[in-house]
Design a protein around this ligand. Sequence first.
Ligand code: ADP
Ligand code: MG
Length: 217
Amino acid sequence: MTDRPILSAHRITHIYPTPRGEILALREVSLTLQPGEFVCLVGPSGCGKTTLLRILAGLLPPTRGEVWLGEQPLRGPDRRVGIVFQKDSLLPWRTAMENVRLPLELSGWPRPEAAGRAQALLEQVGLQGFEHAYPRELSGGMQQRVALARALAADPEILLLDEPFATLDAITRERLNEVLVELWERQRKTVLMVTHDVQEAAWLADRVLIMSPRPGT
Ligand code: ADP
Ligand code: MG
């Protein structure tokens, strides 16, 4: 018996039009994620990993091909899919707490409940005591913890991570990988994480997907 994929990409091709001509970023990329899997995606810089993640998150419509979320085609951002970018994705004028609360507010949670959930999420990622700090007052690793807590706020089934800890030092990165695995074990999310570190991928993942140089396949 095989599970039904929770997320799948079918022959995704992506072309960026630029003033200097077209850039073929992805060619006929297909992949499937089974519920509860932790998959790493590895590939050289520029092979289209970020492009693919943005497409899987519904943030970028592919030039050709389709993404399916369970039984339905993905038509745009969806609350069931959360994403964490490499860096600088927090709103600088909102505190850690306010950043994590944002997706909850946008989906209509009452203030006190949203605050309670944001508090719990910040604790889960080890940031108790920093609720009222602004991003500029936090280290890179702490900012990425906030971004992770924010992605978890809407309780997505699938978490897409685009080299979330790549700019951090090795020790911080290892600690955050442990936080991530702990969350994954406890909450049984489906995780797709981009990394350029093959060793890290092998340590973290059930399955490692390798992409070729551009155009990624
Ligand atoms: P990776 O994340 O694997 O480093 P990207 O998905 O960021 O790769 O980029 C893949 C290719 O597409 C690269 O050649 C990059 O220069 C190009 N590219 C990415 N974003 C854009 C864009 N907005 N406009 C034009 N070209 C882009
Ligand atoms: Mg990238």
